[in-house]
Ligand binder design. Sequence first.
Ligand SMILES: *[C@@H]1O[C@H](CO)[C@@H](O)[C@H](O)[C@H]1NC(C)=O
Ligand SMILES: *[C@@H]1O[C@H](CO)[C@@H](O)[C@H](O)[C@H]1NC(C)=O
Length: 230
Amino acid sequence: MAEGGYPSVYVVDSFANRPPVPPRLSQRRRRAGVAQTLLFLLVSLALCGMAIEACLIYRLYRAESGTSASVAKLIAGQGDPSPSERPQRCVLPSKPVAHLTDGQDVVHGNKMMAWSTVADPILCEMDYKNGSLLIQKEGYYYVYSKVSFSDTDVFHHSVELRTELYIGKSIPLLKSSKISLKSQRMKQSNSYLGGVFHLQIGDAIFVKVSNTSKVHRHKSYENIFGAFMI
Ligand SMILES: *[C@@H]1O[C@H](CO)[C@@H](O)[C@H](O)[C@H]1NC(C)=O
Ligand SMILES: *[C@@H]1O[C@H](CO)[C@@H](O)[C@H](O)[C@H]1NC(C)=O
C-alpha cells in the first residue's frame, strides 16, 4: 500500500477511527479520476478537431482540383472528350435541367449563339444540338440567358422557340434591346433574360443576338444559356 515511497496511507491518516476508506486516498483517487476524464475529453476534442479539419481540407482540395481541371480544359480548348471520359453530371432522379456556357470550342453563327460542349455543361433530360436546347419532357420551364457585349449601335438579345407547330419560323420568348447614343463610347454591357414557359417534347429553344461579333468572350461564364423544369 506504500505509494511513491511514502508509508501506507493508513499510518499517515490521523482520522484513524474513520470509516474503511481513508479520505486522502479517496480524494486523491477522485482527483485523479477527474483529471483523467478531463484529459480524455481534451484529447477527444483535439482528435475531433483534427478529423473535422482533415475533412474540410479534403473537400477544399477536391473542389479546387475540380475547378482547376475544368478551367485547364477550357484554356487548353480540348476537343470533345469521349462520353466515357466525361463525368456523369446528371444525378437522377432530377427534373430536366440544362446550363450552357461559352467556351473556346464555340463557333457562333451570325446571329445564333452556340454553346460549349466541353466547358462542363449541365444537361439532364435535355439535349443540346446546333445551338439549341431540345426539350424531352413536357412541362413548365424557367428559361434564362445572359450575354455580355459592347455595341455602338443597337444590340438585341432574345431567346426564341422553334416548335413543330410553326415550321420554318421561330417564336420570340424573351427579348431585350440596348441602344447606345452615338456620342457615348460604348463600354461593356450585359443583358439578362428570364421567364417561365410551357414547352413540349421536340421544342427547341435557342439564343439570338443582333450580331455575335459584338459579344464579349473573355470568360466562358460571361455568356450563359439554361433552362430547368419547375
Ligand atoms: C443549325 O442551325 C442553323 C440555324 O438555324 C441551320 O441553318 C442549320 O441548318 C442547322 N444545322 C443542322 C445540322 O441542323
Ligand atoms: C457584325 O459586326 C461586324 C463587326 O462590327 C460587321 O463587320 C458585320 O457586318 C456585322 N454583321 C451584321 C450581320 O450586321
